[in-house]
Design a protein around this ligand. Structure first.
Ligand code: CUA
Length: 352
């Protein structure tokens, strides 16, 4: 009687209202959880860290797999026992009070010793992996990676090449990356090829990276670094040795000069008169150090932190209002007219 009297009015009105622990709330939570699970099952995901494509990534994967299996066994065992005990020894109306136990030396030693042994077992391969990854490879190709809000610069000091956003790598060769930051903390990660390493201003971090097969591998800044953190992407372009050599040769060439009198030539003049050269380098034209080196801009497949594919339309959209399409971009809106924009795009397209 008491139950009815207490429940009647609120139950009727609650039915029409949403409640987190109500039937619809629970259903919603279940659907959300299942969707999250399904999202994790994507096939051929371009940044799948569980599909290693290089020796360093494989070293890490070889550690993750056994540790995950051990963790899963422990999880299922602990949760299973908790569930069995919850159901089996639940309170029943009229049941006598269960036997009270105060301490069990055997049990306590057991549940201290077993986890300690499991952790020790995991620690051995973990520490071995840390040492293996910390070892600098023999005869590597050195690359200095500089992270800035919100793009990546790659300098190959031994080859005399500077580029941005797309890290070119000869297949099968170890690259020794020196990671430098100039503003805030960023983190370099190409999930299929390596673990992630933070890029900290005032520090020089290192990592080695290499790939088994040619192809393009996507990466991402993985440390929140400002408004366009999510737009700070990168690509690792892995090439056959001959193709890589050809790329190096093309990057060493001087910037091409536009045909006199062409729209591109007018664009080149705008490049200087609008002050673009204050921030950007074009070999033989300007020596700005704030933005990416543009000497061979059009040889890249993407720009602005690999956010946009390199197309004339995208370049025009970008030039019209950089912070408008990439929040927090250091490149200002120069309020260019449509004519100025198309001439600048024509010039940028000559920088192959
Ligand atoms: Cu750079 Cu996040």
């Amino acid at each position: 009687m008491r139950r009815l009297a207490r429940g009647r009015a609120p139950v009727l009105s609650a039915r029409s209202r949403w409640h987190p622990f109500g039937r619809r709330g629970r259903l919603g939570a279940a659907v959300a959880c299942l969707s999250l699970l399904a999202a994790a099952c994507a096939k051929n995901a371009p940044m799948d860290t569980l599909e290693p494509a290089g020796p360093n990534a494989r070293t890490i994967d070889n550690l993750i797999n056994p540790v995950f299996i051990i963790a899963a066994i422990v999880f299922v065992a602990v949760e299973g026992i908790a569930l069995v005990f919850t159901i089996r020894y639940r309170h029943r109306e009229g049941a006598p009070e269960p036997v009270q136990i105060h301490g069990s030396t055997k049990l306590e030693v057991g549940w201290t010793l077993i986890p300690a042994l499991i952790l020790l077992g995991i620690a051995v391969p973990t520490i071995a992996t840390i040492f293996k990854l910390a070892k600098a490879p023999d005869n590597p190709l050195n690359v200095t990676v500089t992270a800035r809000q919100f793009w990546w610069e790659y300098e190959y000091p031994d080859l005399g090449v500077v580029t941005a956003n797309e890290l070119h790598m000869p297949v099968g060769r170890n690259l020794e990356l020196t990671l430098r930051g100039e503003d805030v903390i960023h983190s370099f990660w190409v999930p299929k090829l390596s673990g992630k390493t933070d890029v900290v201003p005032g520090r020089s971090n290192r990592m080695s990276i290499s790939a088994d097969t040619p192809g393009t591998y996507l990466g991402q800044c993985t440390e929140f670094c400002g408004l366009s953190h999510a737009n700070m992407r990168l690509k690792a372009v892995v090439q056959a040795p001959a193709e890589f050599e050809a790329w190096v040769d093309s990057q060493r060439r001087a910037a091409s000069a536009p045909v006199p009198g062409s729209p591109a030539a007018e664009g080149a003049e705008l490049y200087l008169s609008k002050g673009c050269g204050g921030c950007h380098t074009v070999q033989g034209v300007s020596e700005g150090k704030v933005g990416p080196d543009l000497t061979h801009l059009d040889s890249r497949s993407s720009f602005a932190g690999s956010m946009f594919e390199m197309t004339p339309e995208n370049l025009a959209t970008w030039l019209r209002d950089p912070p408008g399409v990439k929040p927090g971009s250091k490149m200002p809106n120069l309020n260019l007219s449509a004519d100025e924009t198309s001439k600048l795009v024509a010039y940028l397209e000559t920088l192959k």
